[in-house]
Design a binder for this molecule. Structure first.
Ligand SMILES: Cc1cc2nc3c(=O)[nH]c(=O)nc-3n(C[C@H](O)[C@H](O)[C@H](O)COP(=O)(O)OP(=O)(O)OC[C@H]3O[C@@H](n4cnc5c(N)ncnc54)[C@H](O)[C@@H]3O)c2cc1C
Length: 406
């Protein structure tokens, strides 16, 4: 019997996983990569350590970390989830460890361990890797896929597209020509620039649990916040940038962000706490006694911008300055003007419209025998290992289903 010829476009995380799971005695698998290097992003990921997944074992909790694709991935993760990723790598000799924030890395702290495991498995299963094959046209003739890089042409029974994200819509042209809708790419995971904000003089200072909200929206996130030379960063801002990506794009990254410096205190909590402190410590200087676990320089800045005189004692504070301080603690307003790409983990939102893909198999709902996996889809996660988890899960599902009858 003739073997089923399967083409996989893109030798990244999703492409390798798809190719490995498509390989078997009934199939012949070809992995086509446009550059001369395979698994290039895996190599540099997580600062060279590869944040391979996240310790979120419950599917409902895991899927909440995807601003685009949550419902779709809930179905995908039922087939292959975090536990399966851990087992897959550990059974191939790559032990993983969990860090305190839930991110998971190889115990070796080297992305090369992940690369070695994927390459070894692909080699064992006789996946043919064709480098410098830049697919720019796919034609379908009599149910077969003709894939061309301009010079060479290969013909496949089935095709899995794993060509990753692209900041430009034109990068998806060869997929759009097949009849698939492409959601225009927009940036996700970035930090906020606040060029006019005096806060920037406090660069390097962080708070463990701030609440950040975009003005006149319900878009808000909590988490660590870092003050940088350009503005504000840290997980609270990055999450907000990902979930608010579309809104921020439409507003040209010009808005006000409201910061509550300690997310565990409501406005009335803050007021009560300050009144109690005033009663108990009337002779203490306001600017020199930080509250709510805030760093002293930040506290001092908040008192200064409330125009509280440096040596003012708690017993002497007037209602007006008290209210200003509460306002600064509960809702400090920074003017956002632009964004900076988060260099650690850059992803784009947008890509193949997932309403045209079956989440149980990753097969196109438009073209039988065509599959998708990884960041080429309009799916993206926040920072923390979620993007690779989506690549492993969708890659697994596409590869495992590709040889089923059309
Ligand atoms: C610096 C950096 C660090 C990151 N760190 C992490 C991390 O620690 N944890 C995490 O979860 N996520 C991380 N990410 C995100 C993660 O790398 C991606 O989500 C993931 O690589 C997506 O996998 P993929 O296989 O879908 O796409 P890619 O890894 O982008 O692979 C796609 C492949 O397809 C090839 N290709 C594209 N077009 C064609 C074509 N026409 N013909 C042939 N080949 C083609 C590309 O050259 C590429 O090799 C990081 C991203 C960056 C940029």
């Amino acid at each position: 019997m003739n073997k089923l010829k399967i083409g996989v476009i893109g030798a990244g995380a999703a492409g390798y996983f798809a190719a490995i799971h498509a390989a078997g005695s009934q199939t012949e698998v070809f992995l086509l990569e446009k550059t001369s290097k395979t698994l290039a992003k895996v190599k540099i990921s997580g600062g060279g350590r590869c944040n391979v997944t996240h310790n979120a074992l419950e599917v409902s909790k895991l899927s909440k970390n995807y601003p685009r694709g949550e419902k779709f991935l809930k179905k995908v993760f039922r087939h292959f989830s975090v536990k399966d990723t851990i087992d897959w790598f550990e059974s191939r000799g790559v032990k993983l460890k969990v860090e305190s924030d839930g991110r998971m890395f190889p115990v070796s702290d080297s992305s090369q361990s992940i690369i070695d495991a994927l390459e070894k498995e692909a080699e064992k299963l006789k996946v043919a890797v064709l480098k410098s094959f830049n697919v720019h046209k796919i034609s379908i003739s009599k149910g077969m896929f003709e894939v061309s890089d301009g010079k060479r042409e290969l013909i496949f029974d089935r095709l899995i597209i794993c060509s990753g994200g692209n900041p430009k819509k034109e990068g998806f042209n060869y997929i759009q020509q097949l009849g698939h809708a492409i959601v225009p790419p927009i940036p996700s995971l970035f930090t906020f620039n606040t060029p006019q904000e005096p806060l920037r003089k406090l660069m390097g200072i962080s708070v463990p649990n701030a609440h950040v909200r975009l003005e006149s929206t319900k878009l808000s996130y909590e988490g660590p916040l870092l003050i940088t030379h350009w503005g504000v960063s840290g997980p609270a801002v990055l999450k907000l940038s990902a979930f608010g990506a579309q809104w921020l794009y439409e507003h040209e990254y010009q808005t006000n962000a409201h910061i509550r410096w300690n997310a565990s205190h409501s406005e009335s909590d803050i007021e009560k706490h300050l009144i109690n402190f005033k009663i108990q410590h009337p002779k203490k200087k306001i600017s020199k006694n930080p509250l709510f676990d805030l760093p002293s320089r930040l506290w001092e800045h908040l008192t200064q911008t409330a125009e509280i005189e440096e040596n003012l004692l708690w017993q002497d504070i007037s209602k007006k300055y008290f209210n200003r301080l509460v306002q600064n603690l509960f809702c400090y307003i920074v003017a956002v003007k632009g964004k900076t790409t988060f260099k650690e983990e850059f992803v784009t939102a947008g890509g193949v419209d997932i309403s045209e893909v079956n989440p149980e198999t990753m097969e196109s709902r438009i073209i039988k025998g065509l599959f998708f996996a990884g960041e080429v889809l309009n799916i993206d996660g926040i920072t923390g290992g979620f993007n690779f988890q989506a690549a492993w899960s969708t890659g697994y599902l596409a590869g495992s289903n590709v040889n089923h009858p059309k």
